[in-house]
Design a protein around this ligand. Structure first.
Ligand SMILES: CC(C)(COP(=O)(O)OP(=O)(O)OC[C@H]1O[C@@H](n2cnc3c(N)ncnc32)[C@H](O)[C@@H]1OP(=O)(O)O)[C@@H](O)C(=O)NCCC(=O)NCCS
Length: 181
C-alpha cells in the first residue's frame, strides 16, 4: 500500500480505547484459525500491548502481562507474551519481529524472564529470536495444588534474562481460567 504509513505503538491496556480493544480482539479472532476463547482474550489484557497500525488499520498485535512462574524454589516475575498475531495478508514483512522487539525491550527492563506458550506454527519464529524451549516438566499451581500439565510440554518457550534458569527442571505457572499456559 504505497504511501500508507506503518507505525508500531506500545500502550498499557488502561490507555487503549474500548474501540481499539475491539479491533485487537477482531484481529486475533481472524489471525487464529479457530478464533479466541473469552479466556484467551482475557489473558492478553492487563499489561503492555504492541500494536502495528497501517494508517488507521490495525494489522498486528502482541502483549506482555505479568505472571509468577515457579522454578528451582523461586517464584519468578515473568513477562508472559500473549495474543501474538499479524493479519494474514501482512505476514512475512517483519511486523511480528518488530512487535517482539518492542515487547522484549519491556521484558529486559522489567522481568526476571520472558515466557510464552507457542502454537506449533510459530515455534520456529520464537526459536529464531533466541527463545528457548523449556525441556523439563510443566505444571500449574491450581487451587487443588500443583498439577502436571503434560499436554503443554514441548510448546513453552522462555527468554532467560535476569536469573539463570535450568531448562531441564520443573516449571510451574500460576493459576488462571482457560488455558493455563
Ligand atoms: C507468527 C506471526 C505473528 C509472525 O508474524 P510475521 O509478521 O509474519 O513475522 P515476520 O515477518 O516478522 O518474521 C520474522 C522472521 O520470522 C520468520 N517467521 C515468521 N513466521 C514464522 C513461522 N511461522 N515459522 C518460522 N519462521 C517464521 C520469518 O521468516 C522471519 O525470518 P527472517 O528475519 O529470517 O526473514 C504470524 O505468522 C501470525 O500471526 N501467525 C498466526 C497466529 C499465531 O500463530 N501466532 C503465534 C501465537 S504463539
Amino acid at each position: 500500500m504505497t504511501g500508507t504509513v506503518t507505525e508500531l505503538r506500545t500502550a498499557h491496556t488502561a490507555d487503549l480505547p474500548v474501540a481499539t480493544l475491539a479491533e485487537v480482539r477482531a484481529l486475533l479472532d481472524a489471525a487464529f484459525g479457530d478464533g479466541l476463547t473469552d479466556d484467551d482474550w482475557e489473558h492478553a489484557l492487563g499489561g503492555v500491548h504492541a500494536l502495528v497500525w497501517e494508517g488507521a488499520e490495525l494489522i498486528g498485535h502482541a502483549s506482555v502481562i505479568q505472571r509468577r512462574l515457579l522454578t528451582g524454589g523461586r517464584a519468578l516475575r515473568a513477562g508472559y507474551v500473549e495474543g501474538v498475531g499479524v493479519r494474514a495478508d501482512r505476514r512475512g514483512r517483519g511486523h511480528g519481529a518488530a512487535m517482539m522487539d518492542a515487547l522484549e525491550r519491556v521484558l529486559r527492563g522489567a522481568y526476571d524472564l520472558g515466557a510464552l506458550g507457542a502454537t506449533d506454527a510459530a515455534a520456529a519464529f520464537y526459536a529464531s529470536r533466541g527463545w528457548q524451549l523449556w525441556q523439563g516438566r510443566a505444571s500449574a499451581l491450581t487451587p487443588a495444588g500443583i498439577q502436571p500439565t503434560p499436554d503443554e510440554e514441548g510448546c513453552i518457550f522462555v527468554l532467560p534474562l535476569a536469573v539463570p534458569l535450568d531448562l531441564s527442571s520443573e516449571l510451574t505457572c500460576d493459576w488462571r481460567d482457560g488455558d493455563v499456559w
